[in-house]
Design a protein around this ligand. Structure first.
Ligand code: T3D
Length: 267
């Protein structure tokens, strides 16, 4: 049986998924993408998991698409047909972004080393990106004649504005974690030795929060830029109505009144 390329472990209600192909800097093969999609799908259905941490094994987070994968590697033979890169995007990267951004629980990326190409954008699609000081982010696409994918063209200008987005995407330079935090690309940069501990502490805090309200907040914030203020107000009213009927609202208010910690359970 082949070894799993996505390792999974659980601490309380927090599931950690580790990209485990360290000999190639955890770059994505189709099999690995399939495993990651499967793992996230199962977590979405598992009420025992209330937050996910995504990290990488070894010295890298993820170097993006495995450029040696026969599905995408150009065939140097004269006259060989070019590869249709849209196949990988359609089968794996697009469903991966949709899966991440519709998870019923928060996802924290613990970026332990270099995150390049689709690996960088995988991290940026998570709700929180905590990066080790020694980690870096590279929009590596232009260097190999491609444009950002895995949601990069949508995410980058929203996170850092057009000027920085174009700088990152067109030049493809390595951006250190400290600078990534400074320009608002990521949530937080921490000392290398503290990465996993701090990411887990954040995940445990999120796991104790009202999942339904967190997922609704993410959805509303992502949708708002394409709306008018009136549309956003309508959406907020609808979401608040829905959340008001959920168990966690009653629990939150009861806990406040009783001066005790809430025990949220909705998913
Ligand atoms: O193609 C499609 O389907 C479209 C979808 C595209 C999505 C994408 O993600 S496109 C972008 C793909 N990724 C890249 O272009 C990044 C390529 N890698 C690098 O630029 C560098 O490796 C890094 C900057 C990430 C790290 O540099 P460094 O110096 O720390 O390590 P290294 O020596 O370059 O790499 C170490 C090993 O990992 C090396 O193998 P070796 O020589 O020890 O046997 C290297 O070939 C391998 N490796 C690194 N990245 C990839 C990879 N192997 C396959 N695919 C990779 N992406």
């Amino acid at each position: 049986m082949s070894e799993s390329l996505i390792q999974s472990s659980q601490a309380g209600a927090v599931r950690t998924l580790t990209l485990a192909r360290s000999q190639a800097l955890n770059s994505f093969t189709s099999g690995m993408l399939e495993e990651l999609l499967g793992a996230l799908g199962r977590i979405a259905e598992d009420r025992g998991v209330r937050c996910v941490v995504l990290t990488g094994a070894g010295r890298a987070f993820c170097a993006g698409q495995d450029l040696a994968d026969p599905l995408v590697a150009p065939d140097p033979a004269p006259g060989a047909p070019a590869k249709d890169l849209g196949v990988m995007i359609e089968r794996f990267y697009t469903p991966l972004v949709r899966r991440l951004r519709s998870m019923p629980i928060p996802v924290v990326a613990a970026v332990n080393g270099v995150a390049a190409g689709a690996g960088a954008n995988l991290a940026l699609n998570c709700d929180f990106v905590v990066a080790a000081r020694g980690a870096s982010f590279i929009q590596a696409f232009a260097k190999i004649g491609l444009a950002p994918d895995t949601g990069g063209t949508w995410l980058l200008p929203r996170l850092v504005g057009r000027a920085q987005a174009l700088g990152l995407a067109l030049l493809g330079d390595k951006l250190g974690a400290e600078q990534a935090e400074r320009i608002g690309l990521i949530w937080k940069c921490v000392d290398d030795a503290e990465l996993q501990e701090q990411a887990l502490a954040l995940a445990q805090r999120l796991a104790a929060m009202p999942s339904k309200a967190l997922a609704a907040t993410r959805q509303a914030i992502d949708a708002a830029p394409a709306m008018t203020m009136d549309e956003a107000l309508e959406r907020e009213m609808a979401l608040q109505r829905e959340l008001g009927y959920a168990h966690d609202y009653g629990e939150g208010v009861a806990a406040f009144a009783a001066k005790r910690a809430p025990a949220f359970s909705d998913r």
